[in-house]
Design a protein around this ligand. Structure first.
Ligand SMILES: *[C@@H]1O[C@H](CO)[C@@H](O)[C@H](O)[C@H]1NC(C)=O
Ligand SMILES: *[C@@H]1O[C@H](CO)[C@@H](O)[C@H](O)[C@H]1NC(C)=O
Length: 188
C-alpha cells in the first residue's frame, strides 16, 4: 500500500510539472472573498472603476494604500493605464465586492522594479525591488462607462394620476442620493 502510494506520487510528480504552480511565476491569482448578493454588472474592458486598495508585498509588508493617500483610486480597465496585473484582476468585479489579487512580477514592475527619486537623480531608492510579486486587496466602490445612459425605475405610482411632469413644470420633491456602493451623499 505504501509502495503504491509512493509510486503514485512519483508518477504524479513526473507527469504534471504544474502540480504545484507557484502564483509568483504564473498569472494573477484572484480570491473573491466577499461577493455582494446583488451584482447588476461586472467590470470589463472600457469601464471606469473607483476602488480602495491596500497593496503589500508577498511577505505582508505594506507597499501602498489608497486610504493613506486619502482618496479612492479611479482607473480605466483594459487600456493599459493600470498595473497589468491589477488591470487583469479587476475584470469581472462587482460593486461592493472585495477581492485579493496576487500579481507575479512580470505583470507588476518586472525585473526593473520601481524607484522614486527625491530632488535629484542622485537621491533615488527602490519602492518596489526587482522581481517582486505584489498583493492587492481591493474594494470596488463604483463602476461606470462612457456609453452609460440615465436609468429610471418607477417604484410606485398613485392610482389617480391625472397629470405627469412635463418640460418647464415646477416640481417639489424629496430625494435620497446615494453612490453606487450605497453610501448616502445627500438627502432632503
Ligand atoms: C485596508 O486596510 C485597512 C486597515 O487594515 C482596512 O480597514 C481596509 O478594510 C482594507 N481595505 C481593503 C480593500 O482590504
Ligand atoms: C429616503 O429614505 C428614508 C429613510 O430610509 C425613507 O423613509 C424615505 O421614504 C426615502 N425617500 C425616498 C424619496 O425614497
Amino acid at each position: 500500500m505504501l509502495f503504491l502510494c509512493v509510486a503514485f506520487c512519483f508518477l504524479a510528480a513526473w507527469f504534471s510539472v504544474d502540480c504545484n504552480p507557484s502564483p509568483v511565476l504564473g498569472d494573477v491569482v484572484v480570491d473573491r472573498y466577499e461577493i455582494p448578493k446583488d451584482c447588476a454588472r461586472e467590470a470589463k474592458t472600457g469601464d471606469y472603476v473607483r476602488y480602495h486598495y491596500n497593496a503589500t508585498f508577498i511577505d505582508g509588508k505594506t507597499l501602498d494604500s489608497s486610504y493613506e493617500k486619502g482618496a479612492a483610486k479611479v482607473g480605466l480597465i483594459g487600456e493599459g493605464r493600470l498595473i497589468a496585473g491589477v488591470d487583469k484582476g479587476l475584470q469581472g468585479m462587482c460593486v461592493n465586492e472585495r477581492r485579493k489579487i496576487t500579481i507575479p512580477p512580470h505583470l507588476a514592475y518586472g525585473s526593473n522594479g520601481a524607484g522614486r527619486c527625491f530632488w535629484s537623480l542622485l537621491d533615488c531608492w527602490d519602492v518596489v525591488p526587482p522581481d517582486a510579486a505584489l498583493v492587492f486587496n481591493i474594494h470596488l466602490l463604483d463602476l461606470w462607462n462612457k456609453a452609460d445612459l440615465v436609468v429610471t425605475k418607477t417604484i410606485s405610482t398613485p392610482k389617480d394620476c391625472k397629470r405627469s411632469v412635463m418640460r418647464t413644470d415646477f416640481v417639489r420633491y424629496h430625494f435620497n442620493g446615494t453612490l453606487l456602493d450605497g453610501t448616502s451623499f445627500d438627502s432632503r
